[in-house]
Design a protein around this ligand. Structure first.
Ligand code: SAM
Length: 239
Protein backbone atom coordinates (compact mmCIF):
# COMPACT_ATOMS: atom_id res chain seq x y z
CA UNK A 1 0.00 0.00 0.00
CA UNK A 2 1.31 3.48 -0.86
CA UNK A 3 2.20 5.60 2.20
CA UNK A 4 2.35 9.39 1.97
CA UNK A 5 3.50 11.97 4.46
CA UNK A 6 1.09 14.95 4.53
CA UNK A 7 1.01 18.09 6.64
CA UNK A 8 -2.78 18.49 7.16
CA UNK A 9 -4.60 17.43 10.32
CA UNK A 10 -6.19 13.99 10.01
CA UNK A 11 -9.67 13.05 11.27
CA UNK A 12 -12.56 11.03 9.81
CA UNK A 13 -13.65 12.57 6.50
CA UNK A 14 -10.89 15.24 6.50
CA UNK A 15 -9.98 16.50 3.01
CA UNK A 16 -6.23 16.39 2.42
CA UNK A 17 -4.40 18.11 -0.43
CA UNK A 18 -0.99 16.52 -1.06
CA UNK A 19 1.72 18.54 -2.79
CA UNK A 20 1.77 18.77 -6.57
CA UNK A 21 4.72 16.36 -6.73
CA UNK A 22 2.88 13.86 -4.55
CA UNK A 23 -0.27 14.27 -6.68
CA UNK A 24 1.73 13.55 -9.83
CA UNK A 25 3.30 10.54 -8.18
CA UNK A 26 -0.13 9.19 -7.23
CA UNK A 27 -1.83 9.71 -10.58
CA UNK A 28 0.98 9.52 -13.15
CA UNK A 29 3.41 7.04 -11.58
CA UNK A 30 1.12 4.85 -9.45
CA UNK A 31 -1.93 5.39 -11.72
CA UNK A 32 -4.35 5.92 -8.83
CA UNK A 33 -7.86 7.18 -9.63
CA UNK A 34 -10.94 8.24 -7.67
CA UNK A 35 -11.82 5.68 -4.98
CA UNK A 36 -8.36 4.08 -4.79
CA UNK A 37 -6.91 3.60 -1.30
CA UNK A 38 -3.57 4.59 0.26
CA UNK A 39 -2.14 5.27 3.70
CA UNK A 40 -1.31 8.75 4.98
CA UNK A 41 0.37 10.09 8.14
CA UNK A 42 1.37 13.53 9.41
CA UNK A 43 3.60 12.81 12.42
CA UNK A 44 0.83 13.79 14.88
CA UNK A 45 -2.41 11.91 14.25
CA UNK A 46 -1.21 8.37 13.52
CA UNK A 47 -1.66 6.57 10.23
CA UNK A 48 -4.90 6.72 8.25
CA UNK A 49 -6.46 4.84 5.38
CA UNK A 50 -7.43 7.41 2.80
CA UNK A 51 -9.08 7.44 -0.61
CA UNK A 52 -8.56 9.54 -3.68
CA UNK A 53 -11.64 11.78 -3.63
CA UNK A 54 -10.97 14.03 -6.64
CA UNK A 55 -8.39 14.28 -9.40
CA UNK A 56 -8.01 17.91 -10.46
CA UNK A 57 -5.57 19.67 -12.78
CA UNK A 58 -3.92 21.35 -9.81
CA UNK A 59 -3.52 18.13 -7.79
CA UNK A 60 -5.55 15.42 -6.15
CA UNK A 61 -7.76 15.67 -3.08
CA UNK A 62 -7.66 12.78 -0.63
CA UNK A 63 -10.23 11.92 2.01
CA UNK A 64 -9.10 10.42 5.34
CA UNK A 65 -11.33 7.41 6.09
CA UNK A 66 -10.20 5.66 9.28
CA UNK A 67 -7.17 5.51 11.54
CA UNK A 68 -5.15 2.33 10.99
CA UNK A 69 -2.50 2.97 13.69
CA UNK A 70 -2.35 5.44 16.59
CA UNK A 71 0.57 7.88 16.73
CA UNK A 72 3.74 6.44 18.23
CA UNK A 73 7.27 7.79 18.28
CA UNK A 74 10.57 5.94 18.13
CA UNK A 75 13.47 6.40 20.55
CA UNK A 76 14.72 9.90 21.33
CA UNK A 77 17.84 9.79 19.15
CA UNK A 78 19.48 12.82 17.56
CA UNK A 79 22.24 12.45 14.99
CA UNK A 80 24.71 15.34 15.13
CA UNK A 81 26.90 15.23 12.08
CA UNK A 82 29.49 17.59 10.63
CA UNK A 83 28.64 18.90 7.18
CA UNK A 84 30.43 16.76 4.59
CA UNK A 85 29.98 16.52 0.81
CA UNK A 86 26.40 17.07 -0.36
CA UNK A 87 25.87 13.52 -1.64
CA UNK A 88 27.11 12.05 1.65
CA UNK A 89 24.90 14.38 3.70
CA UNK A 90 21.93 13.19 1.62
CA UNK A 91 22.81 9.55 2.28
CA UNK A 92 23.20 10.29 6.00
CA UNK A 93 19.76 11.95 6.17
CA UNK A 94 18.08 9.08 4.30
CA UNK A 95 19.70 6.45 6.53
CA UNK A 96 18.97 8.45 9.70
CA UNK A 97 15.27 8.37 8.77
CA UNK A 98 15.44 4.63 8.06
CA UNK A 99 17.33 3.88 11.27
CA UNK A 100 14.92 5.77 13.49
CA UNK A 101 16.64 9.07 14.33
CA UNK A 102 14.24 11.76 15.54
CA UNK A 103 16.37 14.71 14.47
CA UNK A 104 19.46 15.35 12.35
CA UNK A 105 21.54 18.34 13.43
CA UNK A 106 24.15 19.46 10.91
CA UNK A 107 27.16 21.12 12.50
CA UNK A 108 30.13 23.15 11.37
CA UNK A 109 33.43 22.17 13.02
CA UNK A 110 36.95 23.56 12.68
CA UNK A 111 37.74 21.19 9.80
CA UNK A 112 34.37 21.23 8.06
CA UNK A 113 34.55 21.85 4.32
CA UNK A 114 31.15 23.45 4.00
CA UNK A 115 29.23 22.23 0.98
CA UNK A 116 26.01 23.98 -0.06
CA UNK A 117 23.14 22.48 1.90
CA UNK A 118 19.61 22.53 0.49
CA UNK A 119 17.36 21.96 3.44
CA UNK A 120 14.23 21.55 1.28
CA UNK A 121 15.92 18.67 -0.54
CA UNK A 122 17.02 17.06 2.74
CA UNK A 123 13.44 17.38 4.10
CA UNK A 124 12.09 15.66 0.98
CA UNK A 125 14.65 12.85 1.34
CA UNK A 126 13.71 12.38 5.02
CA UNK A 127 9.98 12.31 4.14
CA UNK A 128 10.40 9.70 1.39
CA UNK A 129 12.57 7.52 3.62
CA UNK A 130 10.03 7.76 6.46
CA UNK A 131 7.20 6.83 4.06
CA UNK A 132 8.90 3.61 3.05
CA UNK A 133 9.99 2.54 6.56
CA UNK A 134 6.49 2.53 8.02
CA UNK A 135 7.46 4.97 10.77
CA UNK A 136 4.80 7.48 11.81
CA UNK A 137 6.93 10.60 12.02
CA UNK A 138 9.61 12.30 9.92
CA UNK A 139 12.96 13.35 11.40
CA UNK A 140 13.52 17.08 11.72
CA UNK A 141 16.57 18.33 9.81
CA UNK A 142 18.25 21.46 11.20
CA UNK A 143 20.18 24.13 9.31
CA UNK A 144 23.93 23.87 10.00
CA UNK A 145 25.16 25.63 13.17
CA UNK A 146 28.53 25.68 14.90
CA UNK A 147 29.39 22.61 16.99
CA UNK A 148 30.31 24.96 19.88
CA UNK A 149 26.78 26.40 19.84
CA UNK A 150 25.24 22.92 20.06
CA UNK A 151 27.49 21.99 22.99
CA UNK A 152 26.91 25.35 24.73
CA UNK A 153 23.13 24.83 24.58
CA UNK A 154 23.17 21.12 25.52
CA UNK A 155 19.86 19.84 26.86
CA UNK A 156 19.86 18.48 30.45
CA UNK A 157 19.60 14.70 30.59
CA UNK A 158 20.63 14.00 26.99
CA UNK A 159 23.67 11.75 26.67
CA UNK A 160 26.18 11.86 23.85
CA UNK A 161 27.80 8.97 22.02
CA UNK A 162 30.91 10.65 20.66
CA UNK A 163 32.33 8.58 17.79
CA UNK A 164 36.05 8.91 18.32
CA UNK A 165 38.36 7.38 15.73
CA UNK A 166 41.60 8.48 17.37
CA UNK A 167 42.09 5.22 19.31
CA UNK A 168 41.72 4.44 22.98
CA UNK A 169 37.92 4.73 23.14
CA UNK A 170 36.04 1.57 24.17
CA UNK A 171 33.71 -0.28 21.79
CA UNK A 172 29.91 0.03 21.90
CA UNK A 173 29.69 -2.09 25.10
CA UNK A 174 30.45 1.16 26.97
CA UNK A 175 26.93 2.33 26.07
CA UNK A 176 24.97 -0.73 27.12
CA UNK A 177 25.69 -0.03 30.77
CA UNK A 178 24.09 3.42 30.43
CA UNK A 179 20.73 2.26 29.06
CA UNK A 180 18.01 3.97 27.01
CA UNK A 181 16.76 7.57 27.24
CA UNK A 182 17.48 10.74 25.25
CA UNK A 183 20.71 10.29 23.32
CA UNK A 184 22.68 11.98 20.55
CA UNK A 185 25.37 10.50 18.30
CA UNK A 186 28.18 12.76 17.12
CA UNK A 187 30.09 12.15 13.87
CA UNK A 188 32.96 14.37 12.79
CA UNK A 189 33.95 15.77 9.39
CA UNK A 190 36.19 14.25 6.71
CA UNK A 191 39.28 15.69 8.41
CA UNK A 192 38.21 14.52 11.88
CA UNK A 193 37.85 16.76 14.96
CA UNK A 194 40.62 19.23 15.79
CA UNK A 195 42.71 18.42 18.94
CA UNK A 196 40.88 21.23 20.83
CA UNK A 197 37.46 19.90 19.85
CA UNK A 198 38.50 16.34 20.76
CA UNK A 199 39.71 17.53 24.16
CA UNK A 200 36.47 19.38 24.88
CA UNK A 201 34.35 16.41 23.73
CA UNK A 202 36.27 13.89 25.84
CA UNK A 203 35.82 16.08 28.93
CA UNK A 204 32.03 16.49 28.67
CA UNK A 205 30.27 14.84 31.65
CA UNK A 206 27.41 13.62 29.46
CA UNK A 207 29.60 12.17 26.68
CA UNK A 208 30.80 8.59 26.15
CA UNK A 209 33.57 8.21 23.59
CA UNK A 210 33.02 5.12 21.48
CA UNK A 211 35.16 3.39 18.86
CA UNK A 212 33.57 1.97 15.74
CA UNK A 213 36.45 -0.45 15.22
CA UNK A 214 40.06 -0.31 14.07
CA UNK A 215 39.33 1.07 10.57
CA UNK A 216 38.66 4.74 9.84
CA UNK A 217 35.20 4.99 8.32
CA UNK A 218 33.87 7.71 6.03
CA UNK A 219 31.37 9.96 7.77
CA UNK A 220 28.34 8.34 6.07
CA UNK A 221 29.52 4.80 6.92
CA UNK A 222 30.32 5.94 10.47
CA UNK A 223 26.84 7.46 10.89
CA UNK A 224 25.06 4.32 9.65
CA UNK A 225 27.28 2.06 11.78
CA UNK A 226 26.87 4.19 14.90
CA UNK A 227 23.07 4.41 14.59
CA UNK A 228 22.82 0.63 14.04
CA UNK A 229 25.02 -0.15 17.04
CA UNK A 230 23.14 2.37 19.17
CA UNK A 231 19.76 0.88 18.20
CA UNK A 232 21.01 -2.62 19.06
CA UNK A 233 22.58 -1.53 22.37
CA UNK A 234 20.04 0.90 23.87
CA UNK A 235 17.43 1.63 21.15
CA UNK A 236 14.29 -0.15 20.00
CA UNK A 237 15.66 -3.21 18.25
CA UNK A 238 14.92 -5.39 21.28
CA UNK A 239 11.25 -4.39 21.39
N1 SAM B 1 40.45 11.52 11.21
C1 SAM B 1 40.15 11.09 9.90
C2 SAM B 1 40.69 11.96 8.85
O1 SAM B 1 41.77 12.50 9.05
O2 SAM B 1 40.09 12.12 7.79
C3 SAM B 1 38.79 10.57 9.62
C4 SAM B 1 37.57 11.23 10.09
S1 SAM B 1 36.23 10.20 9.72
C5 SAM B 1 36.21 10.27 8.01
C6 SAM B 1 34.84 11.15 10.15
C7 SAM B 1 34.22 10.81 11.47
O3 SAM B 1 33.67 9.51 11.46
C8 SAM B 1 35.12 10.84 12.66
O4 SAM B 1 35.35 12.14 13.16
C9 SAM B 1 34.36 9.98 13.66
O5 SAM B 1 33.34 10.72 14.32
C10 SAM B 1 33.73 8.94 12.77
N2 SAM B 1 34.55 7.73 12.67
C11 SAM B 1 35.14 7.22 11.57
N3 SAM B 1 35.77 6.06 11.84
C12 SAM B 1 35.58 5.83 13.16
C13 SAM B 1 35.99 4.79 14.05
N4 SAM B 1 36.70 3.76 13.65
N5 SAM B 1 35.61 4.90 15.35
C14 SAM B 1 34.89 5.94 15.79
N6 SAM B 1 34.47 6.95 15.00
C15 SAM B 1 34.80 6.90 13.69
Amino acid sequence: MIRLYVTSDLSPGAAVAPTLDQSRYLTQVMRLGVGDALLIFNGRDGEWRAEVAEVLKKGVILKAVEQTRPQVFGPDLELIVAVVKKARVETIVEKAAELGAKRVRLVVTRRTNTDRIRLDRLDAIAEEAAEQTGRLDVPVIDDPVKLEAVLDGWEDGRRLMFCDETGGAPAIGALTAEGPGPWAILIGPEGGFSPEEGERLRGLPYATAVSLGPRILRADTAAITAMSLWQAAVGDWER
